[in-house]
Design a protein around this ligand. Structure first.
Ligand code: MG
Ligand code: MG
Ligand code: MG
Length: 305
């Protein structure tokens, strides 16, 4: 048997990358032969954490071979996983999303409706009496800060805050100061092409019978990102055509003021107008107070599709 591969979702965010590293560390404590993997490029926010700790990025994979044993972290969705997932053997899933896959065999499944996979991982460490050292604590708290936008996202629970606090003590960081530095690192889009920006944190979603991509970027200035509006729109139109999408929503989230605007294109763009009771003007819609795709976009867009 080859190594057990551990990976998060496609277009990996900080939680997906960190979850694969931390879960690999956890599994090795039990003597399991595992490899931390990733399905896509590292974003600037994740790079900030890995550089600070001098940790290598997980191994890039595009797919897995038949019969590969895998552990999924930060996703439980067949559409966000490797193409050949059906022919792999899922040993475990550690997650904080809805379940969107089936297996014909039993597996270890641990998911909780919290703001970050690392809040669940923290419990696994505690339940198994495995020590969390400074490096692991820094990784874990970084993922919680990222997923909860420094506790400002409606996905954030009391548990996320409590766990992050404990981890920040082990990590020896000031959570507010470090957190802002981390989030700001993620807003640097300067080295990416338009296609890469559109893909950085894009998720394919089915809004009832409408096929959608909802992509998101964090910024300290929405206007700054909108300087690229024409190019972004051109890139979005290309993706809509290639993937026969009904709607593409590019959400630009202001992490300082916790609000968003979105570029919305596609034949079903008006779903967004109904969902938010706002007009789309010049392909742009105001999403007041919206920061979470999971809680404030996908459900309400589905309802109005
Ligand atoms: Mg994620
Ligand atoms: Mg997550
Ligand atoms: Mg996210």
């Amino acid at each position: 048997m080859g190594k057990i591969l551990i990976f998060g979702h496609q277009n990996p965010d900080t939680d997906s990358i960190i979850s694969s590293i931390v879960m690999a560390y956890f599994e090795r404590k039990f003597g399991n032969d595992v490899e931390a993997c990733r399905q896509g490029a590292i974003n600037k926010e994740t790079e900030f954490v890995l550089n600070r700790l001098n940790i290598q990025a997980p191994t890039l994979i595009n797919d897995v071979e038949d019969g590969t044993e895998v552990i999924l972290v930060d996703h439980a969705n067949i559409k966000e996983s490797v193409p050949n997932l059906d022919n792999a053997i899922i040993l475990k899933i550690i997650d904080h999303h809805n379940v969107a896959l089936n297996t014909s065999y039993p597996l270890y499944y641990r998911a909780e409706p919290v703001g970050c996979t690392q809040t669940v991982m923290y419990k696994l460490f505690r339940e198994n009496n495995i020590e969390i050292d400074k490096t692991i604590a820094t990784l874990m708290v970084s993922a919680i800060i990222s997923d909860t936008l420094l506790f400002k996202s409606p996905t954030c629970t009391k548990e996320d805050v409590e766990v992050a606090k404990k981890l920040s003590e082990i990590a020896g960081i000031d959570i507010e100061e470090y957190g802002m530095e981390l989030l700001k690192a993620g807003t640097d889009l300067s080295s990416f092409t338009i296609d890469e920006i559109l893909n950085l944190d894009a998720k394919e979603k089915l809004l009832k019978d409408k096929s959608a991509i909802i992509a998101q970027v964090n910024t300290a200035s929405i206007d700054d990102v909108l300087k690229m509006k024409a190019e972004l729109e051109e890139g979005i139109r290309k993706i809509i055509k290639e993937k026969s999408l009904d709607i593409f929503m590019f959400v630009i989230t202001d992490i300082v003021n916790s609000t968003s605007k979105a570029i919305v294109l596609g034949n079903s763009a008006t779903i967004a107008e109904r969902a938010y009771n706002e007009k789309i003007v010049d392909n742009l819609i105001e999403l007041k107070g919206v920061v979470s795709r999971k809680k404030q976009i996908v459900p309400i867009m589905t309802e109005n599709a």
